[in-house]
Ligand binder design. Structure first.
Ligand code: GLU
Length: 477
């Protein structure tokens, strides 16, 4: 069956994102969230957010907050939830009871010692450890310390019809009567997931393929509860450049670390989606295009390799494509972090505009563009050695004098002033512009010199030129 025919019999696609709050939202998890969100938005379906916090020892409120913060920054919204598994124990217990009543689950009172012995014997015989079914037909009606096991089929196969990976066949003989409720009364992970997915109306499960081994067990639970299966799409992992599972060794893992490095959410979204999904050779997608074009058919079967340089260049492209007002708003905190206290939004936007072609991230932009608003300029050593020397004194002095008399610092007026200095000194533009650039920015590369002069503004330009003149005069001859 193709996805379309499966989908056509369903009314509305309902996907879910169920993070475990045991840390920040990492890029792999974010990609899973994005796929579920895009598929829900593309099909005009719904996305459910569920926090899988049954592991009370490892789950923290700080992680829950960090996940919300990252989702919000990425622009991922949801239609239902957030649900918290820790608040749903009564529902899980109700379903455990249903399975006990229907004879699809049973109490087991085998001691840990017995189970350990069973495990050792299976290992010694070269087999997979598996429960031997001792209590399966005993009809035990609940006892202190008993666990509840699913009565799984002993023969036949369970086939995951995965829309990304195709059919994956599991032998039922390999799956054992696994525990669905522990002796302390707490339901187990796979059981909670199925009860949640069922009761939340989930019909499409898109998740990392590290969960593939859980799927046959979850399918058996669906079957025992007499519920229709969802569509499964297991997405290959995101790997580091050395093709091992993405970890801290490969660089930043958390979504918010990319925000703090000055990446745009649009760029990270674009990059992460492209890391496991394609649409011809296209690399650049804005959010609406992704929603329009996303489909499960085009999710790839090989692992995505996280490539930081590619993300950087995609970010640069998104910076170019973003409306200037929005980009400036996002860049502002980075400049403020570097000491910017200005309030002239128009001037700030003008500065940002000149920096777009020169920066790949907002952080880099604020570093490069810090000179615009700085109180004093620190010269790059090499730049000063090369350009702030006695030969520059005359053009700098002439220029300063002329600029002091100039009222409008627009491009045509500035060009005229430079022209006049060129004529008076007999120097070419470069011989004048480079010392001026170092005087105003501290560096040999910057946005266009006239743009720099007009944005830095008359008062600061004159002060910086005078500083440079004094610097040259103080040089040992
Ligand atoms: N809570 C799981 C995780 O964070 C997801 C489980 C699932 O998608 O079924 O990896």
């Amino acid at each position: 069956m193709t996805i379309n025919s499966q989908v056509s019999v369903m009314q509305q696609i309902i996907t879910r994102f169920p993070p475990s709050p045991t840390g920040y939202l990492h890029v792999g998890g974010a990609r899973t969230a994005l796929f579920n969100w895009l598929y829900a938005r593309h099909t005009k379906g719904r996305l459910v957010l569920r926090i899988e916090d049954t592991d009370v020892k490892r789950s923290t409120q700080a992680s829950v907050d960090a996940i919300f913060e990252a989702l919000e920054w990425l622009g991922i919204d949801w239609d239902d939830g957030p649900y918290f598994q820790s608040k749903r124990f009564d529902i899980y217990m109700d379903y455990v009871d249903r399975l006990l009543e229907s004879g699809n689950a049973y109490y087991c009172t085998c001691t840990p010692e017995r189970l350990e012995d069973m495990r050792k014997r299976a290992m010694a015989a070269g087999g997979k450890p598996k429960y031997d079914g001792t209590c399966r037909e005993k009809g035990i009606s609940g006892a202190e310390g008993a666990v509840v096991r699913l009565k799984a089929p002993l023969t036949g196969t369970t086939v995951v019809e995965d829309v990304v990976k195709g059919n994956i066949v599991f032998q039922n003989a390999e799956l054992d009567d696994f525990i669905i409720c522990r002796s302390d009364g707490s339901p187990t992970y796979n059981f909670c997931v199925v009860v949640d997915d069922m009761t939340m109306g989930i019909n499409t499960v898109i998740r990392g393929d590290d969960h593939v081994m859980n799927t046959p067990k979850q399918m058996l639970i669906y079957k025992a509860l007499g519920h229709e299966l969802p569509i499964y799409a297991h997405v290959p992992m995101v790997l580091g450049s050395d093709r091992t599972r993405l970890s801290k060794r490969h660089g930043a893992m958390s979504v918010t670390a990319y925000r703090d490095m000055g990446f745009l959410p649009e760029a990270l979204v674009n990059y992460l989606v492209r890391l496991g999904w394609s649409f011809g050779d296209e690399e650049f997608f804005c959010r609406d295009e992704l929603i329009e074009k996303f489909s499960l058919e085009n999710v790839g079967t090989s692992a995505g390799i996280f490539d930081f340089d590619k993300l950087l260049s995609l970010n640069a492209e998104h910076m170019k494509a973003m409306p200037l007002v929005d980009l400036s708003r996002m860049a502002l905190p980075f400049f403020q972090q570097n000491g910017y206290r200005g309030t002239d939004d128009q001037l700030f936007e003008k500065a940002v505009e000149t920096l777009i072609p020169r920066s790949k991230t907002l952080e880099e932009m604020a570093d490069i563009g810090g000179f615009y608003f700085a109180d004093a300029i620190a010269y790059d050593e090499k730049a000063a050695r090369k350009f702030l020397k006695s030969a520059a004194l005359l053009p700098l002095e002439r220029l300063t004098g002329k600029l002091e008399e100039l009222d409008t610092f627009d491009e045509p007026s500035l060009e005229q002033v430079f022209q006049a200095v060129m004529e008076e000194t007999g120097l070419k533009l470069g011989k004048i512009a480079q010392p001026v650039r170092v005087a105003l920015t501290g560096k040999t590369a910057s946005p266009g010199i006239f743009e720099v002069i007009s944005i830095v503004g008359k008062e600061k330009v004159i002060a910086r030129l005078k500083d440079a003149i004094a610097y040259i005069q103080a040089l040992p001859s």
